[in-house]
Design a protein around this ligand. Structure first.
Ligand code: SF4
Length: 242
C-alpha cells in the first residue's frame, strides 16, 4: 500500500538523470520522497485503489471501477463504483440487471450510457467465455468491450499482482515533465517506462503518480515548491508553477 513507507529522505538524488534512470536506488528514492510529500499533504489513494482495498482486490470490482474511471473525476468514480458494486457485486448480478439500471447507478460518470452498454456486454462475455471470471491475461482483457491498455494493465496490477505499467494522463505528464521519458502519448510512455524502470516498481507507479498528479504535480500550475524533485526537474511543458 502506498503512503505508508517508513523510509524518508528530503530530496531525490540530483546527479545526472541519465545515469540515474537505471539505478534501483534512484527509483526507490523517488517513491519514498514522493510518498512522503503526499503524506504531508494528506493525500488519499486514487479511487480505483480504494475500491480494490474495499473489495479485497477482486478483479471484477477493479475492472468495473477502472472502466467507470475513464474520463471521470476521482470522487465521481468512487461513488459510482460503490453504487454499481452494491447492486451488482459479481458478474452474475451484473448480467441480471438492465442496462438502464447500470447507467442510473454510474451516472454522472463520463459517457455513462456507453459504459453501461460496455459493462453489460462484458458481463455476457465473461459468463460465456471465461466461466464468470475476469481473465488474467492482457490479451484477453483487451478483447473486452471498452477495455484499453490502461484498464487492462490496472486490472492486472491491482487484481492479479501482475507487473504491468499502467499509464494514464497523470503518469504520462509527470514522467515527461521530470525528464524520465520523452513521449507523445500514453501508449508510447508504457514502452518507454518499461525500458528504464525496474520491474518491482511497475505495479505501484500508477497509484503513486495518479495521487501525485492530483495533489502536487497538478496538470495546471503544479506545486513545484512542495516537490522533492524540484532541484533538478526540468519541468518540461510547465508554463507556470506554484
Ligand atoms: S518539480 Fe514541479 S513539474 Fe517537476 S515533478 Fe515536481 S511538481 Fe512536477
Amino acid at each position: 500500500m502506498l503512503f505508508t513507507s517508513k523510509s524518508f529522505c528530503n530530496t531525490i538524488p540530483s546527479a545526472d538523470m541519465k545515469e540515474k534512470l537505471f539505478d534501483d536506488d534512484y527509483w526507490q528514492s523517488v517513491f519514498d520522497t514522493f510518498k512522503d510529500a503526499l503524506r504531508k499533504e494528506g493525500a488519499t489513494l486514487p479511487s480505483v485503489s480504494q475500491i480494490a482495498a474495499e473489495y479485497g482486490h477482486d478483479p471484477y470490482a477493479i475492472l468495473v471501477s477502472t472502466l467507470i474511471s475513464l474520463r471521470t473525476r476521482d470522487e465521481v468514480t468512487l461513488e459510482a463504483s460503490r453504487r454499481l458494486l452494491s447492486l451488482a457485486p459479481d458478474v452474475h448480478a451484473l448480467a441480471g440487471i438492465s442496462e438502464e439500471t447500470v447507467a442510473d447507478a454510474i451516472k454522472p460518470a463520463g459517457f455513462y450510457k456507453r459504459k453501461a452498454a460496455q459493462l453489460k456486454a462484458i458481463a455476457g462475455i465473461l459468463l460465456e467465455k471465461h466461466g464468470g471470471c475476469v481473465p488474467s491475461s492482457q490479451e484477453e482483457l483487451l478483447a473486452l468491450p471498452g477495455v484499453g491498455i490502461k484498464t487492462a494493465n490496472l486490472t492486472l496490477n491491482l487484481g492479479f499482482a501482475v507487473e504491468a505499467i499502467c499509464v494514464d494522463c497523470h503518469v504520462h505528464q509527470i514522467a515527461n515533465r521530470i525528464g524520465w521519458i520523452d513521449t507523445n502519448s500514453p501508449e508510447e510512455s508504457v514502452t518507454a517506462l518499461e525500458a528504464i524502470m525496474p520491474r518491482r516498481f511497475w505495479i505501484d507507479l500508477n497509484e503513486l503518480l495518479v495521487s501525485y498528479g492530483q495533489v502536487i504535480c497538478t496538470p495546471v500550475s503544479p506545486f513545484c515548491s512542495k516537490c522533492p524533485a524540484s532541484g533538478y526537474c526540468p519541468r518540461k511543458g510547465v508554463a507556470a508553477s506554484r
